[in-house]
Design a protein around this ligand. Structure first.
Ligand code: ASP
Length: 590
């Protein structure tokens, strides 16, 4: 027997009992006559005592135990004279009667502790050791819990969990595909799914009615801190539903996950139109943990001698509470430079200080009287002591820039509180997005999203301007400024789907070649349907108040898309290349 108990469970109640524990040596403290070993497993740490006077051989052996040795100990639980209130097992220790080394260990390249001395790359290379650390391990265990609660909740509602294939044909979700060469079909390739989108729609045609899957998706994108080339979705689809049904079902799921996994009661989720989100926060995923809504000044700031504002499409700002006094000229200059970095690209930043004595100080003071600035301040509902920060220029760009500033100021002013969760549905996304550079439409969500019912005819018959204004029953779930999930009501009619492909620049042949199976399925009794997908890694991170999904993935990739532990991607040998018909045949290229 390796263990009668785990390393986290013994308490005063068990004093006097004989026990067997197995685990890893966390630390070894040698005090001459006494040696203390901290023994660790995933449940906790228990102190083991070796007394030279009782058993010199065991004591000697204990002294030699290195960090991360795997050992089995037998002994008796006793009360500690020197208790450790910070540890669940801190009231007791094990007086050892036998020790067995199950496996020796090299000294690990970094300490297996909360505050480890290992850098990112090193920890990724030795991921199996990093995963021994309590915080990393508890994130992975938390993820498992969220998955189990998801399955419980959805299966209670009669959802069926169905696996869809990984070796498929491209499903456009806006990223590049990872492709897999087919050995048996020379020159042909599978694509790994960016999502199971078309399959889940086909399952609706088959009558499954309520589908879900916790599923890997693959997107070959340039990586940012919170992106991974392979990530997991809670992917769902339902038939005979309206947008309202979907929002209610998945608001229910989200509330259940928060309650069952972190004991947080979420309130009913507010809803915001996409257009309002953009106008008030400059983002389709506003962080509602604080206010600082945008205020537009076009009607009061134009018409004076300040050409920059007169020429601007939009003049818009935020009110930074209580910042009039503690932002010196130097601070404002620094903030302006921060806004001018290429990542944000603002041309400049106008400030208006509403001083405590009711006077104004502003970078545009020579163009505007105090009476003008007072009107601005009123629009912001600013109070003496506040500072207005204002940008101007082309609408979309300025909103994006001001969103960055709002988030930065929210952080600086300490408005983001730990443990605060502000969920929100963003609704009524545009169906299509016009790409000025490429001179073509992109699907705002994906090509299978339906226009709103009332927009259907306009979509089939309308002109270019009409297309730009089409709205969809498409929705995103946002929590604390993170997009947790998104979905839409789908097209289930062949003619409408063909029209959408056409708007998106597919020729009829291309549409048929790529999505003929779906168009065909729509002709055999496709029910009205819709769904959504949650970012599973993301929701875990948000629930735990962390910013990176990487910490919730057992074996994540680094910023170059590499798995440092197994060293992938890597070269493959010529035989394999040859088998896969990937060897460049020089005569082919000539
Ligand atoms: N397939 C979509 C996505 O991956 C989600 C959905 O529309 O259900 O974002």
């Amino acid at each position: 027997m390796y263990r009668s108990h785990n390393c986290g469970e013994l308490r005063m109640d068990q004093v006097g009992q004989s026990v067997t524990l197995s685990g890893w040596v966390q630390s070894n403290r040698d005090f001459g006559g006494l040696t203390f070993i901290d023994l660790r497993d995933r449940y906790g740490i228990t102190q083991i005592v070796f007394n030279m006077d009782d058993n010199a051989d065991l004591g000697e052996a204990a002294r030699k135990l290195g960090r991360e040795f795997v050992v089995k100990v037998e002994g008796t639980v006793r009360e500690r004279s020197n208790k450790n209130p910070n540890r669940a097992t801190g009231d007791i220790e094990i007086e050892v009667s036998d020790l067995q080394i199950l496996n020796a260990a090299k000294t690990p390249p970094f300490t297996i502790e909360e505050d480890t001395d290992g850098g990112d790359e090193l920890r990724m290379k030795y991921r199996y050791l990093d995963l021994r650390r309590n915080s990393t391990q508890s994130n992975i265990i938390f993820r498992s819990r969220v998955g189990i609660e998801t399955r419980k909740y959805l299966s209670n509602l009669d959802f069926v969990e169905i696996e869809t294939p990984f070796l498929i044909k491209s499903t456009p979700e806006g990223a590049r595909d990872f492709v897999v060469p087919s050995r048996m079909n020379p020159g042909q390739f599978y694509a790994l799914p960016q999502s199971p989108q078309t399959f889940k729609q086909v399952l609706m045609v088959s009558g499954f009615d309520k589908y879900f899957q916790i599923v890997k998706c693959f997107r070959d994108e340039d990586l940012r801190a919170d992106r991974q080339p392979e990530f997991t979705q809670i992917d769902c689809e339902m038939s005979f539903v309206s947008q309202e049904d979907i929002l209610n079902t998945f608001e229910g799921l989200t509330k259940h996950l928060f309650k069952s996994c972190i004991n947080v009661d979420l309130p009913d989720f507010p809803r915001m139109m996409y257009d309002d989100a953009m106008r008030l926060y400059g983002s389709d995923k506003p962080d509602l943990r604080f206010g600082m809504e945008f205020v537009e000044l076009n009607d009061v700031a134009k018409g004076k001698d300040f050409a920059v504002f007169n020429d601007a499409e939009l003049i818009v700002g935020i009110c930074a509470k209580g910042c009039a006094e503690n932002y010196s000229n130097k601070d404002i200059k620094k903030l302006t430079e921060w806004m001018q970095r290429p990542q944000i690209g603002a041309k400049g930043l106008v400030y208006v200080k509403y001083n405590a004595d009711g006077t104004f100080k502003s970078s545009v003071g020579k163009f505007y009287e105090d009476a003008d600035l007072k009107i601005w301040a009123e629009k912001f509902q600013a109070e003496p002591g506040d500072m207005l920060l204002i940008l101007s220029g082309e609408t979309d760009r300025v909103r994006k820039q001001l969103n960055e500033l709002r988030l930065e100021m929210g952080n600086r002013l300490g408005l983001v509180k730990e443990g605060d969760f502000k969920p929100l549905w963003v609704l009524d996304f545009p169906l299509l997005e016009w790409d000025e550079d490429a001179e073509r439409f992109h699907a705002m969500h994906h090509p299978f999203t339906a226009p709103k019912k009332e927009d259907e005819q306009r979509m089939l018959n309308g002109d270019f301007e009409t297309m730009k204004a089409l709205k969809a029953d498409a929705y995103d779930l946002v929590i604390n400024g993170s997009e947790i999930g998104g979905g839409s009501i789908r097209i289930h009619d062949r003619a409408l789907q063909e029209k959408n492909f056409k708007l998106l620049g597919f020729t009829q042949e291309e549409a048929e070649e790529q999505f003929g199976f779906l168009l065909g399925a729509f002709e055999y009794g496709a029910p009205p349907h819709g769904g959504l997908a949650f970012g599973f890694d993301r929701i875990c991170a948000v629930m735990k108040g962390q910013s990176s999904i990487r910490d919730f993935i057992a074996f994540p990739k680094n910023n170059q898309g590499k798995d440092m532990m197994i060293d992938a991607p890597s070269k493959i040998d010529t035989t394999q290349l040859n088998e896969l018909n990937l060897l460049l045949n020089l005569s082919d290229t000539e």
